[in-house]
Design a protein around this ligand. Structure first.
Ligand code: GDP
Length: 298
């Protein structure tokens, strides 16, 4: 993944340095590895667990050669990123409207991700509608409208300041009457008044549950990869209001610390489903564990 080149360069470089000239696996090596992982935003807890698992495997498999650690580490990280009962794919409703609700703090790239996802589904021949449920942030409705025009998808909107749940309700009715396949719902992300925001999100969620069987089919939380461990805090806050089913990790192209993917998947136990790798319509990819590991350990 070219958008991972920053992470790839710094991590691959650090790994090479770590193993160059080493002849044995010792305490010093483990400590240096911990520093590299924490520096890559893997997070302290996840790093400690990772290195613990590495030590255990080294003992069990009687590994002596430091060069064997790299594939082993890749294997353990792969394991942490893959949870058997969780798919990295977006769940679509095969016989009717799929509703995807997006939540996340202002500025993380929620609206952009919705635009990109609309583009993807449109390109696949699906009928898509977007609902401008962020009626709070100045410009959010217009921004979604711009994306709608760019990718050729209708946007259901009301005026700024109106009730988000009413906008989403309108979006659902419009999507149904146009026989759309997918409805993408934007929501507000202001943190000035957290309690109100969370109540608002719950209300939007209830409207979707009431109007669409099995809806929402996905609740995607957008997190900014450059926000580091703060992203974990945000995830916990949103997780208290709604049942987040997947993470959209944005701006992964803008960081050398892609290890945040590991921290998020592992500590939240929510799969990273999509990654944002730039600002253009095409810069959104389904997260792929193997590609990610390849970028880290090529
Ligand atoms: P929102 O407030 O969460 O809806 O955030 P926006 O969608 O307005 O995005 C905030 C800024 O981040 C914009 O300038 C976007 O172009 C930019 N952005 C969003 N996703 C990505 C990404 O994956 N990579 C990069 N480099 N920029 C992004």
């Amino acid at each position: 993944i070219s958008g991972l080149s920053k992470t790839s360069h710094s991590f691959v470089g650090a790994m090479n340095n770590l193993f160059t000239g080493r002849t044995k696996i010792d305490e010093d090596l483990y400590e240096e590895l911990e520093d590299i992982l924490i520096g890559a935003d893997v997070g302290v807890n996840t790093t400690l667990e990772l290195v613990e698992r590495l030590r255990d495997e080294v003992k069990e498999r009687k590994i002596k050669d430091p060069s064997e650690l790299q594939p082993l580490l890749s294997e353990i990280i792969g394991d942490m990123l893959t949870n058997e009962d969780e798919s990295h794919h977006i769940q679509l409703n095969e016989d009717g409207l799929t509703v995807i609700l997006f939540v996340g703090v202002n500025g993380v790239g929620k609206t952009t991700s919705i635009g990109k996802l609309a583009h993807r589904y449109k390109s696949e021949g699906k009928k898509v509608v977007m609902a401008a449920g962020d009626t709070f942030r100045a410009g959010a409705i217009e921004q979604l409208q711009v994306w709608g025009e760019r990718v050729g998808v209708d946007v259901i909107r009301q005026s700024s300041g109106s009730d988000p749940a009413a906008v989403i309700y309108d979006g659902i009715q419009a999507a149904k009457s146009r026989q759309a396949d997918i409805l993408l719902c934007d929501t507000a992300g202001r943190l000035q008044n957290k309690v109100n925001l969370m109540e608002e999100l719950k209300k939007v969620n209830r409207v979707i549950q009431r109007e669409v069987p099995d809806g929402p089919h996905e609740i995607l939380l957008a997190l900014d990869a450059t926000a580091g461990q703060n992203a974990l805090v945000q995830a916990k806050q949103f997780g208290e209001a709604v049942n987040v089913s997947g993470i959209v990790l944005t701006k992964l192209d803008g960081t050398a610390k892609g290890g945040i993917v590991i921290a998020i998947s592992h500590e939240l136990n929510i799969p990273v489903k999509l990654v944002g790798l730039g600002e253009k319509a095409d810069d959104l990819q389904t997260f792929d564990t193997d590609q990610f590991l390849h970028a880290l350990f090529k």
